[in-house]
Design a protein around this ligand. Structure first.
Ligand SMILES: C[S@@+](CC[C@H](N)C(=O)[O-])C[C@H]1O[C@@H](n2cnc3c(N)ncnc32)[C@H](O)[C@@H]1O
Length: 303
């Protein structure tokens, strides 16, 4: 047993004292449940992850330590593809609009559409005039005509897709010929057949603690789905760059699990969805090792 396995086992033992991990991996993760999870967790994300800010994703750090600016890494990459005026850009799973808001300010001559699930007060956001808000589910993008967008991007959201294959087909349909898909997300490095039973369980606990369905995160399958229609599929491993954010989350989660009174207090006063984030927070730094279980990738593909 290597030191990482030993450490994860030890943490699971502690978590198991306070949370039913078997019930966790069997939890409902359909799109309705995801909407509810975010309604209950938005406050937690703002307070713990982002100190009052609006981003719900990992930072991309260049120098091995976490800076607030790192949260702009994904949007800056999308911006590097916006090379002419009047481009049409769709952000799927836009959350609190951190990425779209930044890009809309940097590219006032481009038009941005941001989509997120209903019942999250999404349409109540105040946005600049070059941003349009739409409520909906990216599993079905029929609210948009085909060949509408030059770029479609999603940051840490396609992991929630009920069928990634279907979402890619939908995005392909709404992209203009030559248009680009950009995704930033976490993936499994090995197929479930290649994983040990322990790796499969740890991975499932990590996903479900964030209300993500534990099946179909193998990066090999993702490439296969994309290459069925897209060309120039480029997958870049950025695990090293998210480690500083994960280390920060790891420390906060460790503090949580080392203080039983705090756990009992939050279990009594905060929704279960928000509490379960502590489990993911205490696993992500170890499982995102880029070698055995998870990796963080940027994917670019052309229609
Ligand atoms: C981890 S947050 C990321 C938010 C934002 N992309 C960011 O970078 O800050 C995931 C977002 O995806 C949204 N989401 C999940 N499933 C979705 C679906 N089927 N359709 C649209 N949005 C979805 C959630 O509501 C949530 O806002």
């Amino acid at each position: 047993m290597n030191i990482q396995t030993w450490e994860i086992e030890d943490r699971l033992r502690v978590m198991g004292k306070y949370f039913d991990l078997d019930a966790l991996v069997a939890r409902n993760t359909d799109t309705q449940a995801v909407g509810k999870y975010y309604r209950k967790s938005d406050f937690f994300y703002s307070l713990v992850h982002n100190r009052g800010g609006k981003c719900i994703h990992f930072g991309l750090s260049e120098d091995g330590s976490h800076h607030k600016d790192d949260f702009l890494g994904q949007a800056r990459f999308v911006g590097s593809l916006l090379d002419r005026p009047s481009m049409n850009i769709l952000e799927v799973g836009a959350g609190k609009l951190f990425n779209t808001r930044y890009l809309a300010g940097e590219f006032p001559n481009c038009h941005f559409t941001a989509l997120d699930l209903p019942n999250r007060n999404f349409l109540k956001n105040r946005v600049p005039s070059n941003v349009e808000l739409r409520e909906g589910d990216y599993n079905d993008l029929s609210i948009f005509p085909e060949n509408s967008f030059d770029v479609v991007f999603g940051v840490e959201t396609i992991c929630y897709a009920e069928s990634k294959e279907r979402v890619f087909k939908e995005i392909y349909r709404v992209l203009k010929p030559g248009g680009r898909l950009v995704i930033f997300d976490g993936y499994e490095i090995k197929s479930h057949e290649e994983m040990t039973e322990f790796e499969r369980r740890v991975s499932a606990i990590t996903w479900t603690a964030m209300c993500i369905n534990p099946s179909d995160h193998y990066i090999g399958n993702i490439r296969k789905y994309l290459e069925a229609s897209f060309s120039e599929v480029e997958i870049t491993d950025l695990t090293r760059k998210v480690k500083p954010t994960l280390r920060r989350i790891d420390r906060i989660s460790c503090y949580y699990f080392m203080h039983p009174q705090l756990i009992r207090f939050t279990q009594k006063h905060f929704p279960i969805d928000a509490n379960l984030n502590g489990i993911a927070g205490w696993l992500l730094f170890l499982t995102f090792d880029g070698e055995t279980i998870h990796q963080y990738c940027r994917i670019v593909a052309v229609k």
